[in-house]
Design a protein around this ligand. Sequence first.
Ligand code: SOE
Length: 388
Amino acid sequence: MSKKILNVGMLGCGFMGRTHSNAYCQVNHFFNTPYQPVLKACYGREEDQEALKKFQEMWGYESVETDWKTLINRKDIDIVDVVSPNFLHKEMVLEAAKAGKKIICEKPLAMSYAEAEEMVKAVEKAGVPNMVSFNYRRVPAISLIKQIVDEGRIGRPFHYRAVYLQDYTISQKVPSGGAALWRLSAKIAGSGVTGDLLAHSIDTAEWINGPIAKVSAYTEVFIKERRNSDTGEMEKITIDDACMFLAVFQNGSMGTFESSRYARGRKNYSTLEINGELGAAFFNLEEPEYIEFFRYADPKTGQKIEDHLTGWQKILVTNGEHPYMKNYWVPGTTIGYEHTFINGLADFLFSLDGGAKFSPDVKQAARTQKVCDAVIQSAKEQRWIELS
Ligand code: SOE
């Protein structure tokens, strides 16, 4: 198949810049997409020139820009990939939509639902294809849980449980600001674990179990002041360090969500479990190639499977019939974190050429933003917040 050229403009050169660049480089090694991505240009701030140069060399970008508007409006750029800190997402997406570019944006989509709504309007008005990178949907094992639920194997859901834990901010010495720790600064990140981590859990939960109807949350800031490494000054920390919330889904099931960056020992521990009338499924990101599945009854008849072996089964999700896996190696061999971005990009590129509609787009990610806002509001006001 002769491929159409897709010139990439990368707006950022940090962690997510690397995951997305890798996806462009790798995607056609595993998926025969209709597009050939070309790493045309990457952007970094004046003060990040050294990092930008290194980034350019390591990934093979043809050029660099220090003004993101210039990059977006370059005639030779087809797709704008927004991997900057959160406070820039809105302006960058609006500019890219105005310029008629295809758009990929990292999560969380925006700093608030109000911003997200503006972004939805702009991309819809421009009619440009767009994707938001909630990469964990593309872990084959999580996609398999979605398939199991859609096949009716869980039956009526009663409970949905999500946990997302890290521990890298426990020390008071960890500064706010800078390349990775801007996530601790409300002005730059919008919110704390709610936007950074729970946004993933919420996106996956609504994808698997349908819309959340209401939430009741509690958040905590354990360390109230940190030195900002950009300004050298002490700054008040106002983002949520930890968040727990209860949810009721529109389908009547009950949800619990917990997230923290103070969970000593946990690095990127994300689990989900759904318990239904006919079965249950569990996933743990620390063992991403497995799901656990409890089969209680036959989805066709609803009858209990009378079997002395009924119990939790641990399923290795590496077979050709499992989501995405036929594109990789032989059964029993595993893939990793970076492949979730490759899988997402492949789905997006196919969708540009008549393939299945891509999800989540900006509109669907705005919905996740709405839930995040409701969680923060609920914690502030100490009451249940209903979602339309
Ligand atoms: C940092 O907390 C972070 O990199 C998040 O921003 C990502 O979305 C998550 O997948 C891993 O942790």
